[in-house]
Unconditional design. Sequence first.
Length: 278
Amino acid sequence: MVKIVTDSTCDLTKEIVERYGIEVVPLTVHLGNRAFRDFYDITSLEFFQMLKETDDFPTTSQPSVEEFIKTYTKIGDEDDIVSIHISLDMSKTAQSASTAQKQLPGYKINVIDSRTVSVGLGIIVLELAKAAKNGADIKEILSLTDELKSKIKVYFSVDSLDYLQKGGRIGKAQGFLGTMLKIKPLLAVSDGFVSPVERIRGSGRLISRMVELVKEDAQKGKNLKAAFIFGENTLNSEELISQLKSEVQFEELYRNYTGTVITSHAGPTAFGLGYYLL
């Protein structure tokens, strides 16, 4: 049997995690003198409120090697383990996982850098967990992983680039700094980094452009699967889903709030989607 391990930046719902037996190793969020385990200790809504009540910017830290050892030993050495994580260019989480793997030589652990994050990672993890539950063997799971990594796309936007900049995750979107007045940045997660796509004037046009990009891709394949993430203001995401449904046939995998780690780096108003074509 194949067991799927991921980290809390996947932004999957607790219901999905429980249904498919996914093991989620938490990153930690630090705000002022307090620390929280992402996914476990506080809800996204509680975290949004905390950010309103402080001038501090949150920081995050990767899981410890010990945290991964605890997770792997809980699963045991009889099952194959696929441990897939946030891009190594955004976090050293997969590095901790690899170190733990080396300390458990009798275990069948495959550590994978997903080259994506949040909803992109979440979709991959969900599809792997579904396949594992349906009896796929390790060879099939690893093949599916490669396929999904090559197909997954993530588009998102934020009201302010401050969180991405201060958290050191702004990547190739650095050039958008200083140009935000009435302008909305359309961003992507591409090969492990945050990348700029376009500068767009106004939220309405931003959402329309996201839909256009997905529609262009949808014409190249038979079936499209998508998932959606959003911050404290759900209206943009609701409008995105509504417009997309009127333009493109797709299967909605899930929708969820950004977790505390993703909120720490993208801000409480981020929203976006991940998708792939079959």
